[in-house]
Write a protein that binds this ligand. Structure first.
Ligand SMILES: *[C@@H]1O[C@H](CO)[C@@H](O)[C@H](O)[C@H]1NC(C)=O
Ligand SMILES: *[C@@H]1O[C@H](CO)[C@@H](O)[C@H](O)[C@H]1NC(C)=O
Ligand SMILES: *[C@@H]1O[C@H](CO)[C@@H](O)[C@H](O)[C@H]1NC(C)=O
Ligand SMILES: *[C@@H]1O[C@H](CO)[C@@H](O)[C@H](O)[C@H]1NC(C)=O
Length: 362
């Protein structure tokens, strides 16, 4: 997984080459193409250049195949390496119930000595990425499958491989280079109505989804909830995406103890939880009665997947905060459509169709 060169070194070299070389002679005199270096440049620099070089469609990740144990992917052509092949080898190095696997990826026939290919590897439970600069066989370790479901999924359908296009590296990097969390001791008595809980789920089905979601939105959290105290002073948590007895994700208002017990001991997505208390001035304005009325009116209702991504998208390209842009959102949809088509239908196909007027039924 470790890149062979230091990214910083390459960045320095590429910036240097970019700015000392007259643009017109770049393609003629140097043994590489400007596009080869784009992934290494800061986004502010690379996006404007990239947008001139490519149509938007070229930026979408390309599904190149799924590597399973019974079948390799067959050859595909990358942006940099023209011959690529991948296969999966199951193992049980950790002696866990379902074992793990090694993805082998053989890349060769680079079209220049400086180019690289960036890939995203995904199952519904894991999303990871890597980039390759050298012609040889690379491996990617999945130490342990999360669950029987992931094991079965990979055995039958394989690990999905997406070729990313230049410019994505910065986005992916931003997702992995995170500030360290800090910890403090708080007591439940210090939590008030209106205080906000932010969750980041790391593992399992929600872990995979949230990783994509965070990648798209540039956020560190993928889920949130709000605290409410009732007239007796008892603490409750209002949250979306709580599974009911029928296995549907609904909006729920739960007693704090029940919610906390679940997050602490039963939530297999290994959530990281941050408490963001309201500023005292804002807390003074918080209307608890109105908040309760609203929370109870929503209790038990289906969670709004249909609208989930439309909190990010409401113009074609005018309102994305950096680093989010239309290409990244489209990338997210492309990846997720392949991994969990059932959820994709829920999440955007229906909503997009409605907006485009291409399908009436909902
Ligand atoms: C393996 O690939 C062959 C041909 O591409 C296909 O017919 C077969 O269904 C695949 N098997 C599995 C288990 O995916
Ligand atoms: C892996 O090894 C452990 C311990 O020997 C065993 O219990 C488990 O069934 C194995 N898992 C697989 C998928 O072979
Ligand atoms: C929180 O409190 C426990 C018990 O009093 C203590 O051991 C721990 O170091 C405290 N943690 C922080 C981050 O203050
Ligand atoms: C708080 O909300 C309730 C219910 O919506 C409303 O009747 C009341 O006037 C609000 N209080 C303030 C101070 O705005």
């Amino acid at each position: 997984m470790e890149p062979s060169f230091s990214l910083k070194t390459l960045l320095t070299i590429s910036l240097f080459l970019f700015f000392i070389t007259p643009q017109s002679s770049l393609a003629l005199k140097l043994p590489f193409h400007p596009q080869d270096l784009l992934p290494l440049l800061p986004r502010q620099v690379s996006w404007p250049i990239l947008n001139r070089l490519n149509g938007a469609v070229d930026l979408l990740p390309t599904f190149v195949g799924a590597a399973s144990a019974s079948n390799d992917t067959g050859d595909w052509k990358g942006a940099c390496f023209y011959e690529n092949r991948a296969w999966m080898e199951f193992h049980n190095k950790t002696g866990s119930e379902f074992g793990g696997g090694t993805l082998h990826l053989k890349v060769s026939e680079a079209h220049s000595w400086t180019c690289m290919d960036i890939y995203v590897f995904a199952t519904p439970y894991h999303v990871t990425w890597d980039y390759y600069l050298l012609s040889r066989e690379h491996t990617l370790e999945f130490k342990e499958w999360e669950s029987k479901a992931e094991y079965e999924y990979v055995k039958n359908r394989g690990v999905s491989i997406f070729l990313m296009h230049a410019g994505m590296l910065g986005t992916l990097q931003a997702l992995w280079d995170r500030p360290q969390p800090w910890a403090t001791n708080i007591s439940v008595d210090d939590i008030h109505s209106g205080d906000f809980l932010v969750l980041s789920k790391i593992r399992g089905r929600w872990g995979g989804f949230e990783t994509l979601e965070k990648w798209v939105s540039g956020a560190y959290a993928g889920h949130s909830a709000v605290c409410l105290r009732d007239s007796e002073g008892k603490l409750w948590v209002g949250e979306s995406g709580n599974e009911n007895e029928q296995g549907e994700d609904v909006i729920a208002v739960l007693p704090w103890d029940e919610w906390w017990e679940y997050e602490l001991n039963k939530d297999n997505s290994n959530p990281h939880i941050a408490l963001l208390p309201l500023h005292p001035d804002v807390r003074a304005k918080f209307n608890e009665t109105a908040a309760w009325e609203y929370a109870l009116s929503m209790n038990g209702r289906p969670y709004g997947y249909h609208n989930l991504i439309f909190s990010w998208i409401d113009t074609l390209d005018g309102n994305y905060p950096p680093p989010l842009d239309a290409h990244v959102v489209a990338s997210f949809m492309t990846v997720w459509n392949h991994i969990q088509p059932e959820y994709a239908a829920n999440m955007w196909n229906e909503a997009l169709n409605k907006r485009l007027g291409t399908q009436v039924s909902l």
